[in-house]
Design a protein around this ligand. Structure first.
Ligand code: ADP
Length: 173
């Protein structure tokens, strides 16, 4: 049987525990998972594309995936469907949180199906403990000095503290 390759695209600015949960669960759906980090300058990211790729890579390096699924990280700044083709993937994986995600995701999946009918978008429902985690709120809370340590890994937490110019000594780990 041929290998099933999937792309999990996102901005990952920064990668959160919610993203990591989707990555772990996505490895049960595909044999080869490519985490596609979008250039996405429209969103005015806090971290550069290179930084975001590196942060995702650092997180994945420390994870084990039970079923031998290959997980790799690639940046992309082209149309998602073209990137998916380049990856020889037939599946796009997305996470779905509360109702607020639904309309955007529904439209995007429908548009992508029009552009390229042989690629399916598969949605994984956010885990109950990750439902409310979003990169946007992590940034908003973190910028004002709030504690975001339960939403991201200690490593990403350090990156955020440094980016916002907070002292990282006390929390280093
Ligand atoms: P985008 O810029 O495409 O919204 P994000 O990096 O914010 O990219 O998210 C990438 C994907 O991960 C999206 O499908 C989003 O819904 C999903 N996602 C983000 N946070 C969570 C979470 N806490 N639980 C489940 N899925 C999530």
């Amino acid at each position: 049987m041929s290998e099933r390759t999937g792309v999990y695209p996102g901005t990952f600015d920064p990668i959160t525990n919610g993203h990591l949960d989707i990555i772990t669960r996505a490895t049960r759906v595909v044999d080869h998972l490519i985490v596609g980090v979008a250039g996405n300058d429209v969103k005015g990211p806090l971290f550069s594309l290179e930084e975001r790729v590196q942060m995702v890579q650092e997180e994945i390096a420390g994870m084990t995936f039970g079923n031998g699924t290959k997980v790799e990280v690639r940046p992309f700044s082209i149309l998602l469907m073209n990137f998916v083709h380049e990856c020889n993937a037939k599946v796009i994986l997305r996470g779905l949180r509360a109702v607020s995600d639904f309309e955007y995701e529904f439209q995007m999946a429908a548009m992508n199906t029009r552009i390229c009918g042989d690629v399916e978008t598969v949605f994984l429902m956010a885990s109950e403990r990750c439902q409310f985690i979003s990169s946007r709120f992590v940034k908003e809370i973190g910028r004002l000095g709030g504690d975001v340590s339960s939403f991201v890994t200690p490593r990403t937490h350090q990156h955020l503290l440094r980016r916002y110019g907070f002292n990282t000594d006390a929390t280093a780990g």
